[in-house]
Ligand binder design. Structure first.
Ligand SMILES: [Mg+2]
Length: 315
């Protein structure tokens, strides 16, 4: 375990550090409550062992600040054990009330300390597993099961955040909507299994184009989402219309170059997409209006013969 020991007495520090290290734990040291709160934030320890009486900030105040830091992190609860001078009922009650989980006297016998650390290590392992499982669940809840791109729900959240950021900076904001040409005919001809396969490949080509755009510096924080069915959206913060045209063209080209056979797609004979784009020179108004404008352009791209990009003039 990574243990944060908070103690102002050099003698106690020496004894405790030697014992904890001999049990195989890593010991980080803070000599007052304020230092403890900062180290807690930076080092994310598995356990806090904390003295009560200390200069600058005492242990009770530090414990309540540590709990406040944790309140910003979902699911986090790091055990805090207070180190006290004496083993009294009052000390126990005060320690728990202050946000601690237990207390120990500084003169705790070595085997008792070892046993308590063993129990704490079990909790730490469980917490790590829980946190890993939660991260995985969060990732699953925000991505589309078939394509791995953002799903509609997480796109709605991210797009609002990204639009608000662009508004604050007065930065441009671009958006494209796209869908696979004659996809219903594709499904009818090749079957749904192959249809899913086609969606996965197209999504991965879109994702790669977005990665390229991010890497090229044309945009930062761009992301692609499956909007629904065979429809996708690409959110492009910081992108004015010239760059939007360039990125949209590269996506159309990337999908065509996949060369996925599609006999029912007019003269092209391979899978193609149509793209509609819209952007604002500086993000203002409502993001839903940009979606609407991009969608209208997507409709125009279909009307004008598919496998093409149409972009509304910058506003
Ligand atoms: Mg002290």
């Amino acid at each position: 375990m990574k243990i944060l020991l908070v103690e102002d007495s050099a003698a106690v520090v020496m004894v405790m550090t030697r014992r904890l290290s001999s049990f195989g734990h890593e010991v980080l040291l803070a000599i007052n409550g304020l230092e403890a709160v900062n180290m807690f934030r930076d080092c994310a320890p598995d356990l806090v062992l904390m003295d009560i009486e200390m200069p600058v900030m005492n242990g009770f105040e530090a414990a309540s600040r540590i709990r406040a830091v944790e309140a910003t992190q979902q699911w986090a609860w790091t055990p805090i054990i207070f180190l006290t001078a004496s083993d009294t009922v009052e000390n126990l009650i005060t320690a728990i009330e202050a946000g601690g989980d237990d207390f120990m006297t500084k003169a705790v016998p070595e085997p008792v300390l070892q046993a308590k650390m063993k129990a704490m290590a079990r909790i730490a392992t469980l917490r790590q597993r829980l946190s890993a499982a939660n991260h995985k669940l969060e990732a699953m809840a925000s991505s589309d099961g078939l394509t791995g791109l953002c799903n509609r729900r997480s796109m709605d959240e991210r797009v609002d955040l990204s639009f608000a950021q662009a508004s604050t900076l007065g930065a441009p904001f671009g958006l494209v909507m796209l869908d696979i040409d004659n996809f219903k005919k594709y499904n009818d001809h090749y079957g749904h299994q192959q249809g899913d396969d086609c969606l996965r490949k197209v999504a991965s080509a879109i994702g790669a184009s977005v990665d390229d755009a991010n890497a090229s510096g044309l945009t930062t924080g761009a992301f692609a989402a499956r909007y629904g069915g065979e429809e996708f959206a690409v959110v492009l913060p910081g992108v004015p219309d010239a760059a939007l045209q360039q990125i949209a063209n590269s996506i159309v080209q990337a999908v065509r170059q996949l060369g996925i056979p599609h006999k029912k797609n007019d003269s092209w004979q391979v899978v193609t997409i149509s793209v509609g784009g819209a952007c604002r020179a500086s993000a203002s108004g409502k993001v839903v209006d940009i979606f609407r404008a991009a969608d209208a352009q997507l409709y125009r791209a279909k009307e004008n013969g598919r496998n093409r990009v149409e972009i509304s003039p910058e506003q």
